[in-house]
Structures are given as C-alpha cells and as structure tokens.
Design a protein around this ligand. Sequence first.
Ligand code: PLP
Length: 380
Amino acid sequence: MAKEFETKVLHGDKIGREIASKVTPIYQTSAFTFKDLDELEGFYEGSGRYLYSRVGNPNTDELGAAVARLEGAPAGVAASSGLSAILAGVLAAVKSGGHIIAADDVYGGSYHMLKEELKDFGIETTFVSFTDLSNVEKEVRENTRLIYTETITNPLLRVEELGSVISFAKKKGLITLVDNTFATPLHVRPYELGADLVVHSATKYIGGHSDVTSGVVVGREDLIAKASGKITNLGANLSPFEAWLTTRGLKTLALRMKAQSSNARLLALALKENPDVKRVYYPFGYGEDGYGAIVTIELSEKADMNGFFRAFSWIKIAPTLAGVETTVSHPEVTSHRALSPEARAALGINRQVVRISVGIEHVNDIISQFETAIKESLQG
Ligand code: PLP
C-alpha cells in the first residue's frame, strides 16, 4: 500500500472484473495493464485480448459484433464515424491504382470522399446510374476492384436492386460494399444476399438518439481483419464511451425502426393527397409496415421555403437523420451541397426538396405539423 498522498490519490484496489454487471461497463481507458511480461507476451500471441484502446477495446468490439450479428455477417468492427467505416471498408478492398464503380446517387459525403480524397491516394472512382446495370458493365476496367452502393439512397429513396448488383459483381470477380444506413438490418441484410462488406453510419439508426457519431463495417472475415487494421493504423477508432452509447441505442433498433417506418409510410400517404406537394418519394412497394423512415417531398414552386421551415413548432431543421424525434433537412444546402448544381439537378434535388426523418411521435401530430407548414408556406 502506498504511503504518500500523491501516490495514494492514484493507486488503490480496483473494483473488479469478477463483478457481473448486467450491462457491459464503459472501459474508458486508453490502455490495459499487465502483471508481468508473460501476460504482455500473451497479448501478442493471441491469449490476451486488449493492449491499447486504439487497437481494440471491449466496448468497440461489442458494437462491431452486435451489428455483425444483426447483419448475419461473421465479423464487424466499429469506427469513429460512418465515413471512417466506409474508408476502412474501401481500403480493405482497394489499393492505390485500383478503381471503384459507385452509384451516382450515394450520400454526398461518401461521394466527396470517393471522388476527391481517395483520388489523391491513387484510387479512382467512376460514378454511374445503377438503375441499368449495362451502365455499370461499360465502366468495368482491368483494375476495377469494388462496386459501391446504398440500400436506399439519400434523399430520393431509390431502393437498390441488390440481388442483381451483387450477382453482377460476383460474375466479374468484384467486391461489393453496401451502405445499409437507411434500411438497417431490420429491413434488409445485404451480407446475407451475398455482399462482401456492409457499412453503417451508426450515427443514424444503429445509435438512434442523435447523441453520437460512429460507424461500423461488417462482412467477410478476411476483409474485416484488413478494415480493422486500417482503423487502428489510420487512427479512425471509436471512443469507448461512444461505442457504449451506440450499443445502448442499438438495443431498441427493432422497436424504433418499426414505429418510424410505419409513421413514415402513413405520413407519405397523407402528403401524397396534398395538392401543394408536387412529389413524394417513399418506397411504397414493400408492404404496409413501411420500408425505412425517410420521406422526401418536393413542394410546389409557389411554396416559400423559409416560410415552410419557420412554421414548424416542435419539428426542427437538423442536418442529420434517424433520431427518435422527427426532423427536417434541406439537401440542397446541406447533404448535397458538395455536388455541382448540374449534378444536383440531374438527381432531382432543388430548393423545393425537403427530406423528412420521421420519428416515433404520434403520427397524427406529425401529419398535422406538415399540413400547417405547407399551408403557411403559401401565405407569403
Ligand atoms: N452513409 C450515409 C447513407 C449517410 O447518410 C451518412 C451521413 O449522413 C454517412 C454515410 C456518413 O456518416 P457519418 O456522418 O457518421 O460519418
């Protein structure tokens, strides 16, 4: 036992590992300790699991494994954000000199990373419409390694024909990486359909409470081992506390996603009846329970958009999605800002387009807020 105050303030018995807490504790530690060199050696030989939290931590491991379990994949690893999970997945599959073919309507941040950042590292991406796979076929080169797409696209909610994309990739010997952020494994499990890698911005439905930025990549064991190495060596690891929060949020994924998807479908149906809504984007063809919780609308040209956003009381503008509270966002000025006006126009994104992330409130209250906002937007 130490004698001096400066030492005693730091060292004492740690309350221990033998306590069976119901929930995994937060291992908020940058490193792990060892009683001797044999135990330290054990880490390198594979008998000990943890050394240093950038390399591995129980909370981040628990999150990676939980998402892998839900996706039906053998392995998974957490990362500091959705984008870093995507980066790790891409770098697990493609080296400098390699080529990627990506859907032209992927999330704006992913588009930018693939187009600009990875180009500087010698990885080139061609963006094409995946609505017709002959477009994709024309772009395959000798150095093509990866096919990259999303299950439900942002913000216009095109549902990818995963079966065809995956069998096309397999035929060509290409790896498939699918961003399943919008659909979640409740609605679709791309790995079970044959995709090699599946990524999530766990900031969204996996976490579900808008209180954390995190990401997960799951899939084939060999590729996840590589992705995990990239996360460690590029410093893209998730903090233990954020992993713990994400894992806590994940427990209610089924409840949240069912309620949000059902509300979204009912809101989309109500907005379809509104004469001042020019277009409603929602994947209606997937049953009465709904398919995802994002609804995108295009208001008529007469609508004043500032008037529309100002008219909400408890619905807030937020440049994110997937929380339990309903929020709205404006793709032109936020998620798709990085695209050129021409690229946005080609996708159908203009000033009148609003993306709605539908929450778990009572659906009648949600519908009534939108009807009021639309009415007020026409009053200016
Ligand atoms: N993928 C999709 C479909 C997204 O919508 C987002 C963010 O909005 C990302 C990836 C990036 O995730 P993050 O912001 O957690 O890095």
